[in-house]
Design a binder for this molecule. Structure first.
Ligand code: ADP
Length: 174
């Protein structure tokens, strides 16, 4: 589904983010930028070793922040590596850190004149963030950013499977 926020499009789709053709895709990275399973493993597998080489040079990224590399062999020109929080029950700053991972990813996009970007559902796999709560934070963070930054024309949430898609659909403010 698709909604218009100010001058931009916000879209939810069920799919595999490694196939996206937006200018940038976001990776659910860890703070060592060392690669891993889940969406991170898939992005490095499809994008090839160049992305990891760039990650090694950058060295790391604090939780709640995001760094940018090229997209290697991906269709997307850039990968923005965002580090969401590990969920420890919700009282250790997780909501703020998750919001900040989305906001900083969008900032990296604006700084690099990227006007279309795809996100996975950060922190909701191995990092254990409950998807309903994570979806509300993700959508709110992106919507707030789009209201102030019309240079980002398209944001896609590429959700892996029908359950994730439904959780985001239900969390979309009407
Ligand atoms: P985290 O460590 O931040 O929790 P994960 O990669 O384990 O990151 O999971 C984040 C989300 O990404 C999960 O909802 C998972 O289902 C989803 N995911 C896994 N592979 C892909 C993919 N190829 N495209 C989009 N989303 C994916």
């Amino acid at each position: 589904m698709k909604v218009i926020i100010n001058k931009s499009i916000l879209e939810l789709v069920d799919g595999d983010i490694t196939k996206e053709e937006t200018e940038a895709i976001v990776n659910a990275a860890n703070s060592g930028l060392r690669g891993g399973g889940g969406v991170d493993g898939a992005i490095h597998r499809v994008g090839g070793p160049q992305i990891m080489e760039e990650c090694r040079k950058i060295g790391g990224c604090p939780t709640g922040d995001a760094v940018i590399t090229t997209g290697g062999k991906l269709k997307a020109k850039y990968v923005i590596h965002a580090v969401g929080p590990v969920y420890h029950g919700g009282n250790r700053g997780e909501p703020e850190l998750l919001a900040s991972a989305y906001q900083n990813s969008l900032r990296r996009a604006s700084e690099n004149v990227i006007n279309s970007i795809s996100f996975p559902s950060l922190s909701t796999g191995a990092y254990g963030y409950p998807i309903d709560a994570a979806a509300r934070i993700a959508l709110k963070s992106v919507i707030e950013y789009l209201k102030e930054h019309e240079e980002i024309r398209l944001v896609r949430f590429v959700l892996f499977g029908a359950d994730a898609y439904r959780a985001y659909e239900a969390a979309l403010p009407t």
